[in-house]
Design a binder for this molecule. Structure first.
Ligand code: ADP
Length: 344
């Protein structure tokens, strides 16, 4: 678990003090994917750099599990940082080194034999699906492939935590999707906690469990993504949602019943009406439990655009047709208007 207690960071600049992070308290649980969002300059990067103490907080404490990092010497921190991988928007690979050498770099001094090192790097390359690129140089790779190398390098020391600073911002939507899928796999297969800074709504919706919204150095709002995006409390969250998500387009696609998402056989794309949206959400968990229906909310209502049809909840239901029909009948009995947009 990562715990930040009253963390602040002030930069002393020629034009005066810049309070980049102010009194942040956060707890990030083991194994979760936690998003930090906010507009540019909100303090997201500085806060994340405070987690591995690349920036030493001016005040406050940082804990990972039972260790207080803010009390440690630089030497001790160097060891702890091995257990905290980090990836960046522009990949930060060493251009004059091959893929293999880039991934091997953090393993220097690890005491691994040549064979162990080879084995380790081969398995990392397989994990990131770059088995055939070990001798390539970064200039010979696409953006997505470079980020895969960076992920492999960040995982070389078997970290417990992976910090991702705008890791998909330089990538096209398709590549972003594949990198997010890889991060999700890393999280699920290896149990690594992921902290992810982004200004892209799609990223948050795709993989985050919980999210914190930052403004002017402070965490303004925090919660699971449905709570935060379906019932945003703070103005900054509403503004963020309004300006960063391509909600209208998403909704059009859902409405057309077209390829918002590829449905697998047996899946139904279902729209639940806004007025009953909170009831719907409560019912959805009951349904998953009682009707053998898988539920995956792909698009929640957004209060700020209440008057538009965007206020609905769009869910993929998967399972036996009969179970889905029973679940739908059950929802309708609870006054939730259900519309099946697409069935596969
Ligand atoms: P974000 O990641 O949300 O865009 P940052 O954490 O990069 O925000 O920056 C927060 C504030 O701190 C900004 O005003 C930025 O200019 C300032 N800042 C960040 N790093 C430094 C630094 N090394 N020296 C001085 N000011 C900084």
């Amino acid at each position: 678990m990562i715990r930040l207690e009253h963390v602040s960071k002030t930069f002393d600049t020629v034009s005066g003090d810049v309070h980049a992070v102010k009194e942040v308290n956060l707890e990030i649980q083991d194994g979760e994917i936690f998003g930090i969002i906010g507009f540019s300059g909100a303090g997201k990067s500085t806060l994340v750099r405070c987690i591995n103490l690349l920036e030493r907080p001016s005040n406050g404490k940082v804990w990972i599990d039972d260790e207080e990092l803010t009390k440690m010497s630089e030497k001790a921190l160097r060891e702890v940082r091995k257990k905290i991988g980090m990836i960046f928007q522009h990949f930060n690979l060493m251009r004059s080194r091959t893929v293999y050498q880039n991934i091997a770099f953090p393993l220097k001094g690890s005491g691994l034999s040549k064979e162990e090192m080879d084995k380790k790097i081969t398995s990392l390359l397989e994990l990131v699906d770059l088995g055939d690129k070990k001798d390539a140089y970064p200039s010979q790779l696409s953006g997505g492939q470079k980020q895969r190398v960076a992920i492999a390098r960040a995982l070389a020391n078997d970290p417990k935590v992976l910090l991702c600073d705008e890791a998909t911002s330089a990538l096209d939507p398709q590549t972003t999707k594949s990198i997010l899928k890889l991060l999700k796999q890393v999280n699920e297969k290896l149990g690594i906690t992921i902290v992810l800074i982004t200004h892209e709504m799609a990223v948050i919706k795709e993989i985050c469990d919980r999210v914190a919204v930052m403004e002017k150095g402070k965490v303004i709002e925090e919660g699971n993504i449905l709570e935060v995006f379906c019932k945003p409390q703070a103005k900054v969250t509403k503004d963020f949602i309004a300006t960063t998500s391509n909600i209208s387009r998403i909704y059009e696609m859902v409405d057309e019943g077209s390829a918002l998402t590829e449905l697998k056989p047996g899946q139904h794309l279902v729209k639940l009406n806004y007025d009953a949206v909170n009831t719907s959400k409560a019912l959805i968990s009951e349904i998953s439990r009682d009707f053998h229906v898988d539920t995956n909310i792909i698009f929640g209502n957004v209060e700020i655009i209440k008057d538009s049809p965007l206020g609905d909840l769009v869910v993929i239901f998967g399972g036996q047709k009969e179970d889905i029909q029973n679940a739908i009948a059950y929802m309708e009995k609870h006054d939730v208007k259900v519309e099946v947009l697409k069935e596969c």
